[in-house]
Structures are given as C-alpha cells and as structure tokens.
Write a protein that binds this ligand. Sequence first.
Ligand code: ADP
Ligand code: MG
Length: 670
Amino acid sequence: MEPQRSPLLEVKGNIELKRPLAKAASRLPLSGRRLKRGPDQMEEALEPEKKRTRGLGTRVTTTHPRAAALNSAPQTQGQTAVPRAPRKSAPRYSMAVAPVLKTQKPGPVVPAQKPGTTAAPPMVGGKKPKRPAWDLKGQLCDLNAELKCYRERKQVLDQENQQLQDQLREAKQQASVLGAERRTLEEELTRVRAQAEQGQRELGNLSARVLELEERLGTQEGLVQELQQEQLRLQEERRGLAAQLGEQERRLQTSEASLSDSQAEVASLRQAAAAREAVLAEREDRLHGLEMERRRLHNQLQELKGNIRVFCRVRPVLPGESTPSPGFLQFPSGPCGPSDPPTRLSLSRSDERRGTLSGAPAAPTRHDFSFDRVFPPGSGQDEVFEEISMLVQSALDGYPVCIFAYGQTGSGKTFTMEGGPGGDPRLEGLIPRALRHLFSVAQELRGQGWTYSFVASYVEIYNETVRDLLATGARKGQGGECEIRRAGPGSEELTVTNARYVPVSCEREVEALLHLARQNRAVARTAQNERSSRSHSVFQLQISGEHAGRGLQCAAPLSLVDLAGSERLDPGLALGPGERERLRETQAINSSLSTLGLVIMALSNKESHVPYRNSKLTYLLQNSLGGSAKMLMFVNISPLEENVSESLNSLRFASKVNQCVIGTAQANKK
Ligand code: ADP
Ligand code: MG
C-alpha cells in the first residue's frame, strides 16, 4: 500500500527541486487548496523524495501511530533516532512529523473504569473495555488519562503548529527570495534575449560582411593573379633593361672617353674662339670706325653736292591735254653726252606782244636753266627716288633733311611726294619710298648695334593756320586749334600742339597714315574747294638712333613738304567776294613761299638773322633748314605751253634757290 504523502514532503521536494517559481507557489501546503498537478507530474517531481519517504515510511509504519505520535514529541525535541534526510533548503522539516500529522486521529475513547477500580479493565480484541456506568472513578481515571493524552497531543499539535508556522514563514521568505531571484532571472533573460537579438543582428551583419569580404577576396585574388602576371612581365622587362643598361654603360664608357677627347678639343676651340672674339671685337671696332667714317664721308659728299640742291621735274602731258609744240621744252645732254643724267632744261617762249617792226612774229625766246638734276617727263618715281635715297640716309646719320616740292597747281607736286592714284607700287611717291628705305637701313644698322625709332606727324598749313592731317574721330577735318610751340623751355625742338605724333615701324603703318591724311583733306575739300592746292602739307618724321654699346645717340627730323601752288592770281580777274578770299589765300601763299626763299638765301649767305618766324611754314621747318641740314627742292613743271608763264616763274625761283648753293651750284651758274 502507497504510504500517504505529506504536503510537507511536497514542499520540501519543491524547495529541493527548485521548480519554476510560478508553480512552486501552488505547492505550498495551504489549507483548503489542492495540488493542481497531474499525477505524472507529481510522481516525476517527487520521484527522488518518494524513495526516501518510502524508506522512512517503512520504518514509520512499523511504529504504532499513537506510539509514534507519542514518541515523536521527544524525538522532535532532539531525541529521535530516525535518520534525517539530507536537507537543502528546509532542514528543519522533520520526516518523522509527517506520519504524525497524517495519521493522527482521535483515538477511541477508553471506557472509564468503575469507581473504585484503579486498574483499567482488560483489553478485549485490542479495544479498551467499556467501564460500567458505576465505575465513575475508573471512568474519571480514563478521562484523566484521555485528557492527559489530549493535552500531550495538543502540546504536540502546538509544536507542530509552531513548526508549520515557522515553515510557512520560511516558505514565504523562500518565496520572496525566489521571487527576487525570478525577477533577476527574468531581467537576465531579457538581457540575454536582447543580447541574443543583438548577437543575431551582429551575426547578420557579420555574414553580410563575410559575403562582402569573400567577394573582395575574389577580386583581390584576381588582382593578385594580374599582379603576378605583371610581376613576371616586369621581371622580363627588367632583364631586358638590365641588358640595355649594360650596353648603355659600355657606350657611356666609350662616350666618356670621347668626351674627354672632346673636352680637350673644346678647350682648344675655346681658346681659338677667344682669339677670334678678340679679332671680332677689333673688327667691330674697325667696322664702327668705318661706319663713322662712312657717315662723315657721306656727309662730305652731300655737302659737296650742296647742302641745298634743286631738282627739276617735268610731268608728262596727261590724256586730254594739248600736246605742246616741238621744241617747247628741251633737255640738253651733259658734257659727257646722252649717257650723262640731264641737268639742264631749255624752255622756248614765243612772246606775241613783242613783234618785229616788219610785223613778223618775234623768234621764240629760249630760257635755259641748269639744276642739280633734271627729270624729263618720262622719268619714273624709282628713278627720282634713287637720286635722293642717299640724302634720306643722311637723316639716319643724324643730319636734318628737308625735301620740298615747289610748283604751280597741277604740275605734279603731290604725285612726286605721295604718289599717283590707285595704289600702284610703281607710282609710289617719295614719302612711302623714303620711309621704306629708312626702315630697311635701320634694320641693317641694327647688326652694328644701332637701334632706331620713328615718330611721324602730318600737318597742313593753310592761310597761316596749322591743321592736323592725322586727326581722328571728332577732330577730323577741323582746323585752327594747332599751334607751333617749343617742345619745352630752352628746347630747340618744335612741336605742334594738338597734333598726333604716331610711332611707326613699318610701311603698312605709314600707308595707313597717308590714307588718313588723304581722307582729312577730302573732308576739308568739301568745305572749301581745292584747298589742298592752296595749302602746304608737311610730313615730318622724327628719327632717333642709339648705339647702346658705345653710348652714342643721334636724332634728326626728315621733312617732306608738298608746297601750295605757286601760281599767281590773274590780275585781269574781277575782284568779287570769292576772288578777294582767293587773293588773300594767294597773298598768304606767296608770302610764305617768298619767306622760304629769303630764309634759304639768309642761310646760304650765313646771315646772322634768318627770318624763320615770318611764316608758319619756315617756323615749323627751322630745325630742318639751318646748320648741317640738307635741303632738296623739287621744282615741278607743267609740260603745257599754256602754263609757260608759271613754269618760267617756278624755274626762276628755283634758280635763285640754286644760286644759293655753294659748291656744285656755283658751277651751274650761267
Ligand atoms: P599738284 O600736286 O602739283 O597740284 P598733282 O601731283 O596733283 O599736281 O598732279 C596733277 C595731275 O598730274 C595728277 O593727275 C597726277 O596724277 C598727274 N601727274 C603729275 N605728275 C605725273 C607724272 N610724273 N607722271 C604721271 N602723271 C603725273
Ligand atoms: Mg598737290
């Protein structure tokens, strides 16, 4: 038969087994509550305990319940011989108590002994014999015994109760401990779960990372393979380069050997070069000396030719003009025959007013003129320029040069100075040719250490007022605001205020300036008819040269002047308002031209006073006329018979100028 299980055993078992706390509470031996557990679970949970209890139970069952109950009291007070089960959490739970609690039942009431009977009646069948009713004493005795028994039992029960309360307290404490433990465990569980989740996430990340790394590993492996191949290739290349290096080193050695030879050669060459440099320097010195000598001789030659020279140029008959009678103009050959450049001109004039007494026409009068050079109508622009190129070069050597074109309107002055129409290079005049020549000679002299700069200006003097022909923009065609002034206080140099001074270095720039001047004249022409022929055009080029190596400097102006028409006013013309204006113009022109003649005369006579200031023209040109200046005058002549009077006037003026000339001019004197 299965011994009855004590709830205390269950408690103990629960405590010892440390069942989950949620269920442990329900196993406490609380009155009125039954264990809510399946028999299997119970069995399983209590298995080890059951065995022990059984062992105990065997012993307990051998004891009489009452005796046990009676014995248990002293035993529980420390005298029991029953071996105690090993206790863990509740050591005070005595296994001996269990049967007591379970089996205690009020025992059968012992029948009271008859009064007067002290001894209990003999037991019948294990039961106390019922005392007869009269045995009050015996009954009392029984009751006393029973009372005593109850008292003892009560005492035992009190003790048990006490123990149970202790156990309950302990169990509560245990429960609270376990509850705390549970909370700790729950917290720990939460933490562990969080850690697990974290771990999971990390695991996920790590596996992604692993995948990535694996991918990278794959790439790296590919790269490693490539690098290995590259390494192999480089090793191969290195072997090749090493071979080349060996070859180069061998060559280097050879080169070094030849270098040392070359160095020796260079040293000897340097010596030779130094010697040559010395020679070169000496030659340069000599060359410079020769250049200076050339300049001196050139100047001497120019002076011998005359510091004032006069060239006569006769223009051809233009289409539509009447051909002059034969012999009107003649160009007698020089002493050396036709190969000599002509220097003489003979003009025949038949004067109708001078008749003979017989009434027959007088023989034409021959007028012979001799100049430094005469250019017949067929002479080209190049031929003319050739004669003056040497003179122009004097300007580079530092001598002022002035070239005039004198003559009546339509005689070819502008053609001579600027050139013919249409931009034909063969018809180019003296100004573009002179400048081209200067630029090219300056370039040649650069090789000898000379550097040159050129600044151009172009003005017009009309009725004693100066106007800038290079004016641009709003100032185009305007006049009157220009004045001739000294460049600075005490300076000999003259400058025209408000006029443009344009640096030039090539032909194209000069062409542009001449074009601009033509435009400016055209604008003026609309305001006043044929003004260009009534004014002097002065093209000036300031030439500055420097030899930095020798500290030499030279500067001189080259002036190219297209003078106003020299014709006189016909005295027979009626003096209307237009003619009066014309007369004033003519007087101004005649005055300035005669002043020019007077200045030249005064210069040649070496007079103390030269009347430069008598006209704007001579005032502007004073630096190009005096001192060591070279002057050339072209006298332009019309080939037409109708212009004979003006031609004679021009030739006479030019002859006067020519007479001023010392040297060759003297020889030309008639
Ligand atoms: P000016 O300036 O003295 O008034 P131009 O130079 O204007 O005279 O010449 C008048 C005309 O004669 C122009 O048509 C010009 O082309 C022409 N002419 C002048 N000289 C020559 C020449 N040597 N050869 C050809 N044509 C000329
Ligand atoms: Mg002209």
